[in-house]
Design a protein around this ligand. Structure first.
Ligand SMILES: Cc1ncc(COP(=O)(O)O)c(C=O)c1O
Length: 490
């Protein structure tokens, strides 16, 4: 990355690390490394950002914490204390949200393959189901009818022109996705809902994908959602909610670092001969994959790691956006009778609130590139399994005479793809074995998304620190026996 200055994206987390140094050191002594740490004050600040935008622009709204971004009781309890609802992705997340006191009417149950247990839990709790497909509609109708209730539903849609705004595998409202009904089926689905017993139509939902850095995606989304809402009303349905999903982005790097990285990668793809000058592992083209590097100005397609409109600023853009007819999204919502606006942020609530600490276990040179190996597997920094993400990293403590170096970061699984960073990141210095590394902005998805016992590793601890320095254990570290069982047990 281009800038040698302390990155502003990691500086706020450095301040939290310094402020809570003593309690974090005690946690390291107790639980060992690697260790995931979440700062609750920062979660609250992110939630307040959404609250403030909605209070100002569209008060009839509900902010749901996307539990999948940090699925554990501590995170759900924190969300409940902050007055947030929950976006649940399973019967388990739904149960945790209910047990932590989040009211059913502030829970949306998502999922493309809901089990009978999940459907039963949705119907019996009164949570809103974001209905994915016709089979689910039927099952919900049957389950609700047999309980003599009408279960509240949103219809989830895909098929909008929303591809290319993030990684393909994280794109969830375009044509190629397993989620939701196609917008082409809207008329048929609305008619079916109107005639089905046991269902109470509440509204419509969609989720563009995650880390949506370009406001154009939300502009297109709102145009399509307003059109779908009008169609629902024209079909005779009473619409009282519109769910725009999550996806609000985080700036993992600064604007200058992002531009510098893109320029360096392009140079490298155009002249990949100089040893040691790789910018990405195996010279991955990342967002330039579909472009001809020789083109005068190839455009980056896919996931971006910086946004001019992070988190709630993106929601503000979406609400203030002027539609082709000149009316803003807010005005269109008013025309629709001011339905409740639901938003489901996950990454943007949690990512900037967390760090992961790990020990350096060695360094080497691969084709002239410095590789630093950490005692951390990609299973515990798992978003990299879907895309080659960029996270700032530093060696602690920072020292006045640090000389920055660029390095790839390797994990410790027996799997060549186990790279903690396939993007060469700027470290404040070349580390020695036993020094501590911090990976910043890991509060969302990193610790849990693909956590597993690969290579026999127990899962590490996840702790949270509040403003007063009190420590909560969000996940106890697994022990050897949790993975292998006790001696003598088959
Ligand atoms: C339906 C739904 N809502 C919200 C989210 C949260 O997205 P993000 O963490 O990008 O805000 C997801 C994530 O996959 C999702 O599937």
């Amino acid at each position: 990355m281009a800038s040698r200055a302390l990155s502003p994206t990691s500086a706020p987390l450095d301040r939290e690390l310094a402020r809570h140094e003593a309690v974090i050191e005690r946690a390291v002594e107790t639980f060992g490394l690697p260790l995931h740490v979440v700062f609750k004050d920062k979660v609250e600040r992110s939630a307040n950002g959404y609250r403030e935008v909605l209070r100002r622009l569209y008060p009839n709204s509900s902010i749901l914490f996307a539990v999948k971004s940090n699925p554990c009781r501590g995170a759900v309890r924190t969300a409940a204390r902050l007055g947030l609802g929950a976006d649940a992705a399973s019967e388990h997340e739904l149960r945790a949200a209910l047990e932590e006191g989040i009211p059913a009417e502030r829970i949306v149950a998502n999922g493309n393959a809901k089990t009978s247990q999940y459907v039963e839990a949705i119907v019996s709790s009164g949570a809103l189901s974001s209905v994915d497909n016709a089979d689910e509609l039927e099952e919900l109708s049957r389950a609700a009818t047999s309980r003599h209730v009408r279960t509240p539903i949103l219809i989830r849609f895909r098929g909008m022109p929303l591809s290319g705004f993030t990684a393909d595998d994280q794109t969830t409202a375009a044509a190629w996705t397993k989620f939701g009904f196609s917008i082409d089926e809207a008329g048929e689905v609305f008619a079916r809902v109107a005639g089905a017993p046991g269902l109470r139509f509440v509204g419509i939902s969609a989720h563009v994908g995650t880390q949506i850095a370009d406001p154009v995606a939300y502009e297109l989304l709102t145009v399509h959602m307003v059109a779908l809402a009008r169609r629902a009303v024209a079909s005779g349905l009473a619409l009282s909610a519109i769910d725009l999903g999550g996806g609000y982005p985080v700036s993992f790097v600064t604007e200058a670092e992002w531009a510098g990285f893109q320029a360096q990668l392009l140079d490298r793809l155009r002249a990949p001969v100089r040893p040691g000058a790789s910018v990405t592992w195996t010279d991955l083209p990342m967002g330039y994959g579909g472009a001809e590097p020789e083109a005068d100005s190839p455009t980056w397609v896919g996931k971006a790691y910086w946004s001019a409109h992070p988190a709630s600023a993106m929601l503000e853009r979406a609400l203030a956006f002027g539609h082709p007819d000149g009316k803003s999204t807010v005005q269109h919502l008013a025309d629709l009778g001011s339905p409740t606006l639901i938003v489901e942020p996950g990454r943007s609530l949690m990512a900037t609130s967390g760090v992961t600490l790990a020990e350096v276990r060695g360094t080497k040179s691969v084709l002239g590139n410095l590789v630093v190996s950490l005692d951390l597997g990609i299973t515990n920094h798992g978003t990299n399994l879907i895309t080659n993400d960029i996270f700032p990293v530093a060696i602690l403590p920072r020292k006045a005479d640090d000389v920055p170096v660029d390095a790839f970061l390797a994990g410790r699984l027996c799997f060549s793809g186990d790279m903690i960073s396939k993007v060469k990141v700027r470290l404040n210095r070349a580390p020695r074995v036993g020094e501590r590394a911090v990976v910043y902005l890991t509060g969302a998805y990193s610790a849990d998304h693909f956590a597993s016992n690969s290579c026999g590793f127990p899962l590490p601890a996840k702790v949270a620190v509040d403003g007063a320095g009190r420590l909560d254990v969000w996940r106890r570290p697994q022990r050897f026996e949790d993975v292998f069982g006790p001696v003598g047990e088959a």
